[in-house]
Design a protein around this ligand. Sequence first.
Ligand SMILES: [Zn+2]
Length: 300
Amino acid sequence: LSEHTHQQSCDICGLDYPGKLYAQGRSYSVLRCVRCGLIWTDPLFTEVSSDTVSFGMGMPYYAEAVYKHEAPRQKDRFRRQLRWISDVLARDGHSGLSGARALEVGTGLGFFLDVCRELEIRAEGCDINETAVRYAMQTGHDVRLGTLDSSYDDEAYDLVVALNLIEHLPHPGAFFQEAGRVIRSGGCLVLETPIQESFFHRSGLLANRFFGRSPRLLGLNPGGHCYKFSKRTFRTVCDEFGFRLLALRNVASPYHELMGKLARLRHIYSGLFRSAVAVMWGAAAVTRQGNRCLVVLQKP
Ligand SMILES: [Zn+2]
């Protein structure tokens, strides 16, 4: 990963410029592409960051207990998301998802695949975490240890799904390239990822200006969420990688999952921080300005 530590050009639009300073922290900064609005951490990774994420083979799965505890609520969330995707496709004149061939990249514990099975979507997946892959395989899913790479055939899928994945990748551009290759013409790429046009992001930006040198308030840190997209970045993704933007809407992180992960923090201000996040989560829900977005991109 060391060769990818500093981006010399924008990974999405290719602008040959190392990025404009967006927020300065003590140990890392956040840079922004002046053309497509993508922001990323500089460096993208640090040596110590690997213990906070699930990268690497044989690592325990990050926050596994929280995810397992949240499984029923998480599956409800996936059902609602698939219903929305189905509505988006129906409005565009497509038939339902039943019988569709889908690939989920970053399957985690396989809960999305569980819901696909209920809805008769022929879904398979891949993940780089061995523990997660083993767990998903035990529940009868077809999951491969690895990433979206040349082991998948051209135009093989109606649907490629990546939920909360692209913000972690060293090269999201390479992901869009591969997704475009394996999706058949007329098929879709469905993503969930944090977005800049959100209440959380704007609050984080304000707080960063106020407190200074805390880019973590933007939800970005090397080795964790190292990229954050904007609506403009997604329009650029369409231009650069041959997609059409079918739909984009803000969604909130599941409240209990968010709080479960925050409960793992050990910090003198963590109680205060959790209260602030709870208030912000409520405000974001009321204003429909959730911190993530659900995006449907179609390959024409
Ligand atoms: Zn760019």
